[in-house]
Design a protein around this ligand. Structure first.
Ligand SMILES: Nc1nc2c(ncn2[C@@H]2O[C@H](COP(=O)(O)OP(=O)(O)OP(=O)(O)O)[C@@H](O)[C@H]2O)c(=O)[nH]1
Ligand SMILES: [K+]
Ligand SMILES: [Mg+2]
Length: 341
């Protein structure tokens, strides 16, 4: 019998079995068996699979967020709640076997949210399809590490180690160092600031030398808070970079969205024509720290060459409107009018 048939058989048996105290143990065994077979589906088979096909999904929208976590923490439930896409969610592990993209609309931006298979210890070495999952995470602008609030802190440590082992640095700043190889061998390095003993650890230095490191913002999302005490919720909510939610009960998901927006570091800027009202239905989505030059580029590639000055209303303006040059830094929800030569 093939794996798929075995899976089908167990699923049918689970479907037939009434849920009650007497069958609880038996159902548990069935789910464990199901998870085992589903995990085998994830394992690379034969030569072709050894390399493992990637989960390449086209990038779309203004930014990308990847969902990383152990099996059954509720990743698919989150995707189902926040987007119109459906991803199978169920009470057994390895329900999701591939990458499923959905879209969150927030502040006028389209944010691509990627549901992924659960990863397990050893993922970075290729266990499950861990490598492929992690490869997708690398392409994201923000990682949401989903954790089961009813389980210990161990999951966070293990996942962080898996990601670290392949060069993904979470919530850490890229050290301010650059280097160039010297002609006669060796390297010379330089810092953009004066280094003190504490500015850069030897590990960070190795990171810079080896390159291929990615520094990513990460939100630790503790799901299933409906299952824990209020004191415990409070404790988890106070942790750095953490948000507590219940995907099933729709608790605190608004806060998760606003935190995601903040970590994505996006801003929305509106444009207006002379004598007209701003078009509040159609903002431009840019990165925090962008200047009027970025805005011009976003409107049209030739805009910069004809730019004379800008008029800005909003938080970046000292008074409204303020006449500004091309290097003016924009704030979220600013309105700008561009005057051409
Ligand atoms: N109590 C509780 N259960 C939840 C919550 N969110 C999800 N679940 C349950 O957790 C189980 C797993 O949910 P999934 O969405 O399939 O989890 P997943 O992380 O996508 O799982 P895999 O794809 O197998 O890795 C399901 O039975 C969900 O109903 C929550 O907020 N509270
Ligand atoms: K599951
Ligand atoms: Mg899933």
């Amino acid at each position: 019998m093939g794996i798929l048939e075995k899976i089908g058989e167990i699923e049918r048996e689970i479907g037939r079995t009434q849920k009650n105290k007497a069958t609880e143990y038996h159902l548990g065994l069935l789910k464990a068996k199901l998870a085992k077979y589903r995990q085998q589906l994830l394992e690379p088979t034969g030569k072709a699979g050894a390399k493992g096909e990637g989960f390449d999904v086209m990038k779309s929208g203004d930014a990308r967020v990847a969902l990383i976590g152990f099996p059954s923490v509720g990743k698919s439930t989150l995707l189902n709640t926040l987007t119109t896409t459906h991803s199978e969610s169920a009470g057994y592990e390895f329900t999701t076997l591939t990458c499923i993209p959905g879209v969150i609309e927030y502040n006028g931006a389209n944010i691509q949210l990627l549901d992924l298979p659960g990863i397990i210890e050893g993922a970075a070495q290729g266990k499950g399809r861990g490598r492929q999952v992690i490869a997708v995470a690398r392409t994201a602008d923000v990682v949401i590490m989903m954790l089961d609030a009813t389980k210990g802190e161990k999951q966070k440590e293990l996942l962080t180690m898996e990601l670290e082992s392949v060069g993904i640095r979470l919530n850490r700043r890229k050290p301010n160092i650059y280097f160039k190889p010297k002609k006669g061998g060796g390297i010379s390095f330089n810092s953009t600031l004066t280094l003190t003993k504490y500015d850069c650890t030897s590990d960070e230095f190795v990171d810079v030398i080896l390159g291929s490191r990615v520094y990513m913002p990460c939100i630790y999302v503790y799901n299933k808070i409906d299952q824990i005490s209020i004191e415990e919720v409070d404790r988890l909510a106070r942790k750095q970079h953490s948000v507590v939610v219940s995907c099933n009960m729709n608790l605190n998901l608004d806060y998760l969205l606003s935190t995601t927006w903040e970590y994505l570091a996006l801003v929305r800027v509106y444009t207006k024509k002379r004598g007209e009202r701003p078009d509040f239905d159609d903002g431009l989505i840019l990165r925090t720290g962008c200047t009027l030059e970025h805005v011009c580029h976003k409107i049209h590639r030739t805009m910069v060459s004809t730019f004379k000055y800008g008029l800005v209303w909003g938080r970046s303006a000292k008074y409204s409107p303020q006449r500004v040059g091309i290097h003016h830094k924009m704030c979220h929800d600013d309105v700008v009018q561009i005057i051409n030569k």
